[in-house]
Design a protein around this ligand. Structure first.
Ligand SMILES: Nc1ncnc2c1ncn2[C@@H]1O[C@H](COP(=O)(O)OP(=O)(O)OP(=O)(O)O)[C@@H](O)[C@H]1O
Ligand SMILES: [Mg+2]
Length: 361
């Protein structure tokens, strides 16, 4: 038994969450053999990696080592967020490793609700998270989250330090422009605003930055795709036909600007009466799943209409924080897991590039 024979045995282990070989996918960091003892350090590629599968991964590694002749096996897992460093100068953002855009073809389907709860869910999984409200036409994050624990501030060198809400760093266009002013932005102004605003924020190192986009396929989407590297987009839809047609348009636009679609989430899927348990499919049901199948992407699941979700949106405390044990908070936690696993898979499938973050001044 030696390092090479252990590595050979580990190459046959399949990652329970990614479904891939843990050596080729760089889950195995190092193997140390000393006599009959083996120490394996493994990199868990996202904080959203489900706990049950984490235990299963460790036990598969232990078994493979023992089958290869080890008497004592120590497995040391550590979360090391997978990301592909963007080519240096094109990136206005310094610090975020992955950028998730939350988008929809249509207004009012729950983009901001999903963005806020996704960010909070990632934070609850243990990741360092930022939330960026890019809706220059109607920023709603400041209303949704209410008064921050720490307000946004200017640093000594005139950079913007994000506000802090429930442990998530938050920046909104709404912090800097009046509500009445926001609606008159036109294309080139949107680009300049975003350019200045994105370059001026001091995020610090973040595992994930969640971007809430305005509806449709307009100037903000285009500018963002030129200014920052977006790892992927989560498309939100409601189940009815019109919303889905709009998502198809949105997806075509994202493909044009080379932003990968991570998958589709169906919001306001149905209503389950808390008093009698009856389920009512107000906007019909299942369209999101059909859409995901049609365009060959992942269906991340559905989120029902829940007064606590709406209340969270109005009162400043998202359901993932206000009712962490509720069924629908668990849905957002699951969504966060699925989204980050999908991104990690895409990163790990590619050959390794230098995993150095841009220098943060
Ligand atoms: N699953 C849900 N259950 C109940 N209410 C919801 C749900 N999802 C969103 N809402 C409510 O629907 C309204 C619209 O949601 P939200 O603002 O998130 O949509 P949006 O797509 O971001 O809208 P816009 O296009 O204006 O940016 C809000 O009042 C929100 O609280
Ligand atoms: Mg919104």
């Amino acid at each position: 038994m030696n390092e090479a024979s252990i590595k050979e045995a580990l190459a046959k282990v399949v990652d329970p969450a990614l479904g891939r070989d843990i050596v080729a996918y760089r889950i195995v960091r190092t193997v140390e053999v000393s006599g009959e003892d083996v120490l394996v350090r493994i990199d868990i590629p996202t904080h959203g990696y489900p706990q049950g599968q984490r235990r299963e991964l460790v036990s598969r590694v232990e078994k493979a080592c023992k089958d290869a002749g080890a008497k004592h096996v120590t497995v040391v897992p550590e979360v090391v967020t997978a990301f592909t460093p963007p080519p240096g100068d094109k990136n206005l953002l310094k610090g975020p490793k992955n950028v998730i855009a939350v988008a929809a073809g249509k207004g009012g389907v729950g983009k901001s609700t999903v963005a806020v709860n996704l960010a909070m869910a990632l934070m609850r999984h243990g990741a360092k998270v930022g939330l960026l409200d890019c809706d220059v036409f109607g920023p709603s994050i400041p209303t949704m989250l209410g008064t921050p624990e720490v307000p946004p501030q200017a640093s000594a060198d005139s950079k913007i330090i994000p506000a802090m809400h429930h442990g998530v760093k938050v920046i909104s266009v709404g912090f800097f422009v009046d509500k009445g002013e926001a609606v008159v932005w036109r294309g080139p102004m949107v680009h300049r605003l975003l350019q200045q605003f994105l370059g001026d924020v001091e995020w610090g190192v973040l595992d994930y930055l969640v971007c809430d986009l305005p509806p449709g396929t307009g100037d903000v989407q285009l500018s963002l795709s030129q200014l920052i590297p977006i790892t992927g987009a989560v498309m939100v839809t409601t189940p009815q036909e019109v919303a889905i047609v709009d998502v198809v348009k949105g997806i075509a636009m994202f493909e044009k600007v080379e932003i990968p679609i991570l998958g589709v989430v169906e919001n306001m899927s149905y209503y389950k009466c808390p008093a009698c348990g009856h389920t009512d499919e107000i906007f019909s049901h299942g369209g999101g799943k059909r859409l995901a199948q049609e365009i060959n992407t992942t269906f991340f699941g559905d989120i029902p209409i829940d007064t606590r979700i709406r209340f969270g949106g109005d009162a400043g405390v998202p359901i993932v924080i206000a009712s962490p044990d509720s069924e629908n908070a668990a849905r957002f936690m699951g969504l966060a897991s699925q989204v980050t696993l999908k991104m990690a898979e895409a990163v790990l499938a590619k050959p390794k590039r230098a995993s150095r973050l841009p220098i943060i001044k």
